[in-house]
Design a protein around this ligand. Structure first.
Ligand SMILES: *[C@@H]1O[C@H](CO)[C@@H](O)[C@H](O)[C@H]1NC(C)=O
Length: 158
């Protein structure tokens, strides 16, 4: 008897939790996940998004310009990021740049190939990073290492 009440409570709880979740409006991060991207390709501070699910036109809004380091690259996000999203591919990207040898270059495409993310710069050069680098959204300024600043030294030597 006791067991079945517990079971029932659990069932009711799960049902309610699920319903609430479904009713919540999706965030820009949820949209990325729907297209098989990790949330960490978008920094914290997204205030909203627009998505045309017919043609994949996607715009994400950040509350500020954002820059941080990933490994030894400095990335910069404008407050408005645009692109065309499809499963595992974010094309025609606008608003994200990377600093390479003192020069800011635009990142025009992000493609997921299994457990790697490939960032293409101007469609010519590209750099690959493991998807597991992006499981959490970076924070502007300290990026992926806000709680563990010591790690920056380790990572930049990779
Ligand atoms: C933007 O959002 C982030 C994350 O929520 C927050 O830490 C930051 O202070 C915000 N910046 C501004 C300018 O409001």
């Amino acid at each position: 008897m006791r067991f079945s009440i517990m079971f029932l409570c659990t069932l009711v709880y799960v049902t309610i939790a699920h319903t609430i979740r479904v009713q919540e409006k999706l965030s820009a991060y949820d949209i990325l996940e729907q297209y098989d991207f990790p949330v960490g390709i978008l920094p914290k501070g997204a205030t909203g998004y627009e998505l045309n699910s017919n043609n994949g036109k996607f715009t994400a809004y950040l509350n500020q310009t954002c820059s941080f380091y990933i490994h030894s690259y400095e990335l910069k996000y404008k407050p408005t990021i645009k692109g065309v999203i499809s499963k595992d591919k974010l094309a025609k990207l606008k608003g994200v740049s990377v600093k390479v040898e003192l020069v800011w270059l635009k990142i025009v495409e992000v493609t997921r190939i299994r457990d790697k993310l490939q960032f293409s710069v101007l469609g010519i050069a590209s750099a690959d990073f493991g998807v597991d680098n992006f499981l959490e959204s970076p924070q502007c300024g300290c990026g992926f290492h806000c709680n563990n600043l010591q790690k920056i030294g380790d990572v930049s030597s990779i």
